[in-house]
Design a protein around this ligand. Structure first.
Ligand SMILES: C[S@@+](CC[C@H](N)C(=O)[O-])C[C@H]1O[C@@H](n2cnc3c(N)ncnc32)[C@H](O)[C@@H]1O
Length: 250
């Protein structure tokens, strides 16, 4: 099990991540995600929302600003300390909780909406996580996931070559060495899966419906054939937990 090591790694990233989240909150990223969250949410005001792997609280703050009741859950205590400071600065009041996305400390049918950004790639048991998320969602509730094919270059030849060709400077980790997570990612199951295809297949199999995706592609020109291909890099998706009787209505 890598969970403890993963949590310790994210503890080291909390300060830098919080700086980055604060600049996103002040810029276009906040507007972009706020629009998507509004589009994806179920009907109703003051929804009961869970931000899973909340980090320093980006999605929690966006949802709280829209008047929703938010629980912010993360495995890293240092991330949660940053989240609490950011909530105070933003004048919002999510409930903060330490917990594992794959084993949620909530009763069945507790939430109207579950949100998560850049967490799922990082899980050892992502199918278990999604089935937990289904369990704690109310019927008709929605899941919203933002994530990416961040480590597919380890296993997919096109992504490997594209990374070699397109390699820009590595993204800023605010002075923290990312080697531990880069090494752990070799053993994480989603480093081998093309997403969001994988997510759509799993969520559909678990019983989610009306799944929508928005995929950001990067162009990759194959140096041998000259052919340009589009490689999915990051994405958002959302889907709905079947309401009672919806299977028979289809
Ligand atoms: C890349 S950060 C993203 C943080 C935040 N969602 C954002 O977009 O700013 C990944 C977060 O997931 C958390 N995390 C990783 N594994 C987790 C798990 N099993 N359960 C809960 N949180 C987890 C980490 O502690 C970290 O805060």
């Amino acid at each position: 099990m890598l969970l403890k090591e993963i949590g310790q790694y994210w503890d080291t990233r909390a300060e830098g991540y919080s700086i980055s989240v604060n600049s996103q909150l002040a810029g276009d990223a906040a507007k972009h995600y706020q629009e998507l969250l509004r589009q994806a949410k179920p009907a109703g005001e003051q929804l009961c929302c869970l931000d899973i792997g909340c980090g320093p609280g980006f999605f929690s703050i966006l949802l709280a600003r829209d008047g929703h009741q938010v629980t912010a859950l993360d495995y890293s205590r240092e991330m949660l300390k940053r989240a609490e400071a950011n909530f105070a600065a933003a004048g919002v009041h999510p409930t903060v909780l330490v917990g594992d996305a794959q084993n949620l400390p909530f009763a069945d049918n507790s939430f109207d909406m579950l949100v998560s950004r850049d967490l799922v790639w990082n899980l050892e048991q992502p199918v278990r996580a999604y089935s937990e998320w289904l369990r704690v969602l109310k019927p008709g509730g929605r899941v919203f996931v933002s994530d990416g094919n961040y480590y597919l270059h380890y296993y997919h030849p096109d992504y490997k070559r594209a990374r070699e060709l397109l390699r820009r400077g590595s993204h800023s980790c605010y002075g923290v060495d990312p080697t531990p997570i880069n090494d752990m990612a070799r053993d994480l199951p989603l480093s081998r899966q093309l997403r969001p295809d994988w997510d759509v297949r799993i969520l559909t199999g678990l019983g989610f419906q009306n799944i929508q995706t928005r995929i950001h592609y990067r162009d990759y020109k194959d140096p041998d054939t000259g052919e340009t291909r589009k490689l999915g890099s990051h994405f958002v998706l959302w889907g709905e937990k079947c309401s009672r009787g919806c299977e028979s209505a289809e």
